[in-house]
Design a protein around this ligand. Structure first.
Ligand code: ASP
Ligand code: MG
Length: 403
């Protein structure tokens, strides 16, 4: 008998019919002989609706009360699912965060789960009951209701799976797994059967948004095996676990892209020690995340050009800082918002030489100009013109045998 944590996202519990459908999935898992703890999100769109209501009262709505308000979404779906299971003659009950309790630390709307008691959960499981827990929330040491950040039901599921030492944590959602690239744009995209935590993190931070990244991080830290699967089909999902469990026949696992970067070039920057530090220190202090940096060699030994990328939303702030700091001198500043970041990700890259060259050659064959490059052990990213995004992704997907 396996102990499983099942988590159902907002679209999976978006209507009463869907909640009944979820109940039928839970019933099947139960009949298969599993011990089940189910984590639910709020009905799709509900959390945003509640935020909107609070904004109608004030855009500085009281933080404590906002958490009380937002946590209600998941309370609704927990009770509806427990009720639907009871209608199917299944022993089930909801346990709210304060009843368990699930302890959190940190500020309202951004708390972290630090501990939880397993007593009530285990007792009910031993009586063959299904426990339903609302995701996304907890309770502080001083008994205040807290929420743990948007998309936080994933984090709840991983935390519960870890503390119960569950055999697996299944994330049910509206896609049937993690794909080698965006299946909506590139029809030849293939579902990935197995992927490592690291690769998943690279892919999700790059735009393949399937699961909350911090929840994947926690799962990696505690080695909680995950599976992403669809609520609406019976197809196999994607298993996410430790790299050791994966046989890499391919060097590249996926091709991701994002369009939220911008490139900034400082022309004619003085070429002497300390200049780069002068540029990037104030940016980091202002919480601006600089992704890629290129510094050209100076042809006249006096000045050079420095190019770097930041999030598009940060461009104005970045330029503001560069203009106001008198120790940063340059002749001109150019920005380009019409860029995209294309990344190939694969733990198999480590053991395959020549991947970088193969990527650059493929892009040049498509007459795509590379504007910036960054690499890590399992990822190579390039910045290119935005209107070449799909051409680049398609080409890379093909040459790395992913079609
Ligand atoms: N309902 C919360 C949100 O929309 C948490 C979640 O769905 O994971 O962010
Ligand atoms: Mg979610």
């Amino acid at each position: 008998m396996a102990k499983k944590v099942l988590k159902f996202g907002g679209t999976s519990v978006g209507t009463v019919e869907r909640i009944q459908h979820v109940a039928s999935i839970v019933k099947k898992e139960l009949l298969d002989g599993n011990n089940l703890v189910v984590i639910v999100s709020a009905m799709a769109g509900q959390t945003n609706e509640l935020i909107k209501l609070s904004n109608e009262i004030s855009d500085k709505f009281n933080k404590r009360e906002l958490d009380v308000l937002l946590s209600s979404g998941e309370q609704v779906t927990s009770a509806l699912l427990a009720g639907a299971l009871i209608e199917l003659n299944i022993k089930a009950k909801s346990l709210l965060s304060w009843q368990i309790p699930i302890l959190t630390e940190g500020q309202h709307s951004n708390a972290r789960i630090i501990n939880m008691s397993v007593e009530k959960i285990n007792k009910y499981l031993s009586e063959e009951g299904v426990v339903i827990i609302p995701g996304f929330q907890g309770i502080s040491k001083s008994a205040e209701v807290t929420t743990i950040g948007r998309g936080g039901s994933d984090a709840t599921a991983v935390a519960v799976a870890k503390i119960l030492n569950a055999d697996t944590c299944e994330i049910y959602t509206d896609v049937d797994g993690v794909y080698s690239t965006d299946p909506n744009k590139i029809p030849v995209a293939k579902k990935i059967d197995k992927i490592s935590y690291d690769e998943m993190l690279e892919l999700s931070s790059l735009g393949a948004k399937v699961m909350q990244s911090s929840a994947v991080q926690t799962a990696m830290m505690y080695d909680v095996p995950l599976e992403v699967k669809s609520t609406f089909t019976e197809r196999k999902g994607t298993k996410i676990f430790n790299q050791e469990n994966i046989d890499y026949s391919k060097s590249v696992t996926g091709v991701a892209y994002s369009k939220d970067d911008a490139k900034i070039t400082l022309i004619g920057v003085e070429d002497r020690p300390g200049v780069a530090a002068n540029i990037f220190e104030p940016l980091s202090k202002a919480q601006i995340n600089v992704d890629m940096v290129i510094q050209n060699i100076s042809s006249d030994q006096k000045t050079t050009d420095v190019t770097f990328t930041v999030k598009r939303d940060d461009v104005a702030k970045t330029k503001g800082i560069l203009k106001e700091k008198s120790e940063i001198t340059y002749k001109d500043i150019i920005q380009n918002d019409k860029v995209a970041k294309i990344s190939i990700v694969g733990a198999g890259m480590v053991s395959t030489p020549g991947i970088t060259y193969k990527m650059f050659r493929a892009l040049s064959d498509e007459r795509i100009n590379i504007l910036a490059i960054s690499t890590s052990e399992i990822k190579i990213s390039v910045i290119i013109d935005e209107d070449k995004t799909l051409d680049a992704v398609k080409k890379l997907h093909t040459i790395f045998d992913l079609d």
